[in-house]
Design a protein around this ligand. Sequence first.
Ligand SMILES: Nc1ncnc2c1ncn2[C@@H]1O[C@H](COP(=O)(O)OP(=O)(O)O)[C@@H](O)[C@H]1O
Ligand SMILES: O=C(OP(=O)(O)O)[C@H](O)COP(=O)(O)O
Length: 397
Amino acid sequence: MKTLSDLLAEGVAGRRVLVRADLNVPLDGDKITDDGRVRASVPTIKALADAGARVIVTAHLGRPKGEPDPKFSLAPAAARLGELLGTEVPLASDLVGPSATSVVGALTDGGVVMLENVRFDARETSKVDAERAELADELASFADAFVSDGFGVVHRKQASVYDVAQKLPAYVGGLVEAELGVLKKLTDDLERPYVVALGGSKVSDKLGVIANLLSKVDRLLIGGGMAYTFLKAQGHEVGTSLLQEDQLDQVKGFLAEAEKRGVELVLPVDVLVTAEFGNVEHDVVAISDIPADKMGLDIGPKSRELFASKLADAKTVFWNGPMGVFEIETYAGGTRAVAEALVKSEAFTVVGGGDSAAAVRALGLPEDGFSHISTGGGASLEYLEGKELPGISVLES
Ligand SMILES: Nc1ncnc2c1ncn2[C@@H]1O[C@H](COP(=O)(O)OP(=O)(O)O)[C@@H](O)[C@H]1O
Ligand SMILES: O=C(OP(=O)(O)O)[C@H](O)COP(=O)(O)O
């Protein structure tokens, strides 16, 4: 792979460089609640700008439906990036239309601009190669080189991650390089017991990784929104909790496979349930007593103790996905318990994912209490399960 250093060594003054960043930050209205991904994107962008490049940043925010939606505007991210760089970062109001053309045209050496949310264009995430290639051509027409620095999206075969790298001289960015360097330690010569803790809400995406993880880990802890498909597969009522009904059979297979392989699969034994998402009134119930009209929004006190005890003797830990809806204090206890267990641990500990990293910071835990805080959840998991990451393999080819 050609690296950012190679590009800088070639000389970038006056060249237009398209940088794919992951600026998918959590928002409360238009306020960024955790700017970790913006901060993580700064070094690569700054290095290019300082070397006189004309930097064009492209990124996504959330999962809009392939058309403009003001709720998912990158305006807060552009403003924050500008603050961190100490220079204004103009945001085009479109991706490859007249506004983008004019904003890019006005770029001067050392300047940085941003294109509006790349997922406002349905071609970005299209399964049709030709559609993605067409958008990639349009993005590439703005630039002379491409730097792939959005680690959180390198597992996505999307136009701004994969296809555009085939249209321009492409380089791996500093953030992606650094992230891969740390994750490699979790695949080469790792110390055991190796424990992976999974939670969060991207259940259908992340259930898939478990099949391969079962051959690598000694223990798998499942909490957050991930737990309920497992509990249901074991025959429990899960009420209105997050459930991936269509993957129940697959999950039953995981339960059997874990047993066969001697992998300890640890599920919650109690949960906090409530009638409506966001309600703070709740009950603590055993997993055999989840009412049909309630949903589980956090793991309960006994589960917190159990999970902490299962992390205590680990020598290597990877954690992705909050154990509950930590954004609401009432449901933050499970995530806090797991995070605190990792801070206490002597193990090599990696936490990955936009929300998991945000949770660590929101709960006031010391960032240096972890060996590494990764900007990518799904991307890290797919790397750890040994899957080829399209955004990386395209840079190698
Ligand atoms: N039991 C649950 N029910 C619904 N949502 C949950 C539950 N537990 C955690 N979550 C939510 O999961 C989200 C994060 O999931 P995800 O995106 O998979 O994590 P990450 O960004 O760290 O990879 C958080 O917004 C959190 O509120
Ligand atoms: O937030 C992200 O991933 P993560 O929640 O797995 O860390 C990335 O920005 C990728 O977003 P996507 O899962 O909508 O493709």
